[in-house]
Write a protein that binds this ligand. Structure first.
Ligand SMILES: *Cc1c(COP(=O)(O)O)cnc(C)c1O
Length: 382
């Protein structure tokens, strides 16, 4: 059933966004500055991969996150794919991740010829659960010659990919310690969490590599875009090479020394992103204020709000509430969307999709709970 205050929530959202027409979940915001830099890029004719805006953007993303290196890519999935390859994920291996994530996480694992293994998520952070990871490894893994293997399948466990769900940092320090103990390379899916920090360190910089997305619905966007961040110079060089068709630099000759990918970000997108990046801190502050409004409303109306995890500062990419049961969740989705206020549940759990239903999965109690109770609320910059 739908509690009466949940109808009020829809009215409250419409008022907060001063919106009578359809209100999307997350829309990008551009002004004259984006037009200026994109026009400049067009005038320069350097619109394609590699160009001064790409260099500038990579430098600024590295400076902002505190990563030593950043490599701009065509999208977040490509960033994740190449990060996994560079972490050593090979065909036939297993990659630990969470079922509560966007499909891109598992697609990137699959592009490497590896299979996902699903551990549960944490109810508070919504990200990969350190307990479930620990349980899985104690039950299934052994280490030999500084590599981790699955006792039952004998396959190598080649990486662990936690995701910082809706911008909220997961317990990345604990996860990192567990991965180190078990000799598993850590790759962060930080697609949603640009600007989020855990113990004052940016998400995406804890692992060997981190992947960020600049898709149209993310906190800053180039329509499509992504970035790989890393502290490791060798990995950064390889990432640059592999995403640029593995072309050996030369003034005129086309030589390639391996099978590479056409994954580098076009200069046109980088120009747009340079303008977006100038406003990122303002956006984060604005989104934090929106989250505070939602939280205060939820507190006075006995609705559970997904708040910032401890020891972390979230970018509050997408706000979320937890409803009483699945019936109330469905009724609220129906009501809000009919009123023109876009709301949606979390993704269908990846371990239930036909492509991944036979993959190894730990009990998914928290992921299941969240998929039946959680609703994302409109969270655009106001
Ligand atoms: C957006 C997103 C990605 C990357 O998506 P692209 O659309 O390829 O940029 C990866 N993982 C998660 C969890 C995401 O939300």
């Amino acid at each position: 059933m739908l509690r009466p205050q949940l109808k009020n929530l829809v009215a409250y959202i419409q008022e907060m966004y001063q919106c009578e027409a359809f209100l999307p979940l997350h829309e990008p915001r551009f002004n004259e500055r984006e037009k200026e830099l994109v026009m400049d890029c067009i005038d320069s004719t350097f619109v394609s991969s590699v160009g001064p805006y790409v260099d500038q953007f990579e430098k600024q993303i590295a400076d902002y996150t505190g990563a030593k290196y950043a490599i701009a890519t065509v999208n977040g999935t490509a960033a994740l794919h190449v990060s996994l390859l560079l972490a050593g994920v090979e065909r036939g291996s297993e990659v630990i991740t969470q079922a509560l994530s966007f499909i891109a996480t598992c697609n990137a694992i699959s592009y490497c010829g590896a299979s996902p293994v699903f551990v549960d998520v944490d109810k508070q952070t919504l990200g990969l659960s350190a307990e479930s990871l620990s349980d899985f490894l104690s039950q299934y893994a052994f280490v030999k010659d500084e590599q981790c293997f699955n006792k039952h399948t004998q396959n190598r466990i080649s990486a662990c990919v936690p995701m910082h769900t809706f911008g909220h940092p997961c317990e990345i320090d604990r996860i990192k310690a567990i991965c180190e103990k078990w000799c598993i390379p850590l790759v962060e899916d930080a697609a949603e969490s640009l600007g989020s920090v855990y113990q004052n360190q940016h998400t995406g910089t804890f692992g060997l590599l981190g992947a960020i997305s600049f898709n149209g619905n993310k906190i800053i966007t180039a329509g499509g875009g992504g970035a790989i961040i890393t502290q490791d110079e060798q990995l950064a060089k390889k990432a640059r090479h592999l995403t640029t068709t593995a072309k050996v630099p030369h003034k005129w000759a086309f030589n390639h020394d391996q099978i590479g990918y056409n994954y580098r970000m076009p200069n046109l997108n980088a120009a747009l992103l340079c303008a977006q990046l100038e406003k990122l801190e303002v956006y984060i502050q604005n989104k934090r204020e929106t989250a505070q409004k939602y939280q205060a409303w939820c507190q006075s109306n006995q609705v559970a709000f997904v708040s910032e995890p401890p020891n972390a500062a979230s970018n509050f990419w997408l706000n979320a509430i937890l409803l009483k049961d699945q019936a109330e969740q469905q009724n609220f989705l129906e009501y809000a969307n009919n009123q023109g206020v876009m709301t949606r549940p979390a993704w269908t759990l990846l371990n239930t999709l036909p492509m991944f239903k036979d993959c190894l999965a730990m009990p998914q109690n928290n992921a299941q709970y969240l998929s039946e109770h959680l609703v994302n609320l409109p969270s655009s910059v106001r």
